[in-house]
Design a protein around this ligand. Sequence first.
Ligand code: F6P
Ligand code: MG
Length: 453
Amino acid sequence: KEGLPPFYHNDDPHSFGFSTSRSRWPNILSSVIHDVEQKYAGSDNQLQIAQGKQIVEDVKKFTQEILSNGSLRPFHNKTIPGLECYDDGLKGFGDLTWMTGPWLFCECYLYRELDTFFKSRSEWTKFDPFEAKKRTAFTSCGSGVNELCVRYKQLNQLLTAKQSKGTVGEEELQVIFEELVDVSLWGNAIDLSLLANATLEELQSRQGADAIAKASKNVLCNDLPLAWDRLRSVPKGKRRVDFVLDNAGFEFFTDVVLSLFLLDSKLADKVVFHCKTRPWMVSDTMIKDYDIFIKDLLTKFPERSEEAQFLAEHLEAYKASGKYELVSSEFWTVSLDYGNISPEETKYGGAELWKYFQDSALVIIKGDLNYRKLTADRHWPRDTPFIAAINKLAKSGIPILALRTCKADVCAGLPAGKDEELIAYWKSLGHEYGELWASSGKWAVISYSSGEN
Ligand code: F6P
Ligand code: MG
């Protein structure tokens, strides 16, 4: 589009797309093969076994196509929702190849193509090739989960006691809000698509109160006070907080804890979680992951089973009463950027979401991929104001709070000079391309747009 910076591309060695397309994608695909093989090895359904073998062949062939820098092929599939959007996108781009194309578009395409292998096999349509990985990652976060379960119980009891005496102070609420937003932000550092090969120790070192306190100084811009003011300005009864979720497992758990606090404290009267309709970017949350989460929370953390149960009961009660809800939309897995959350996008759910978000008190958008879609994954100078980088969304009437640990190139909202400083710092650590500080996951941004710019 005219006047907008170009997209990040996979043939740019200064972009994280370069190594992603050459090594991360093939690794992710090979882990899918492994999980499919595991699944059918334990099956006595002959059709499932035969189809599983076909899927493995498809994934192998697909990996070769990527590694040989083949072209993206149109889907021509009208039965699976959203695929037409990719075909239209391809028409717009012309011929694209896996190792040279625009990173974000190709990456979304990859997950959609993978999904078609399962959706076209009757015995595999519901299979989530990343589910086992999501679960093991969560259950190996023992210390972080235990710690947060205890913290939630404390907070809940503190609030209940104060509420009964009528002594809940505004400042106190704000401090807890900030703490739990921080936890939810850094919960995003646990992303299986990056940490697929991480050891248990590495996973553990990324959570827990100490790790979070250390990381806080790496928040490069922080608009949280604006989001707080917005939340406080919405009259009671109209305070619905929406979360556009990112990852299942530990990050989801941190989003749950923040939500419980919002509901317990009456800062929100309803919380809605927006999930993906299909397996996505390895670890993203689908609605079915909620039940798995409750089950694992209640059975896999014996050291803190009492606190875990306390938390699960509160969450389930909110869910039963309708104050906590999980929904999903096809829009999140089409190829469109989030500027298309607008009345004009009537084909893939953008208009419905736009309407729904008009009466949200706050839309919290989690994680890296969602941030890339907010900013269209364009080469914005990194000191571009966030509201400029999200383009039309800044005028959409939707109040947005983005919580993102930086795991890709695109970044906006930094103070002038910060990018240059971090580039020099990253190089001084011995990295060849300084710009790649932005995909290291060590820094984060908290950005707000009122929707009325
Ligand atoms: O940038 C690395 C990456 O794995 C991308 O492939 C994807 O955009 C994203 O990070 C996933 O991270 P998150 O789960 O935070 O969206
Ligand atoms: Mg994710």
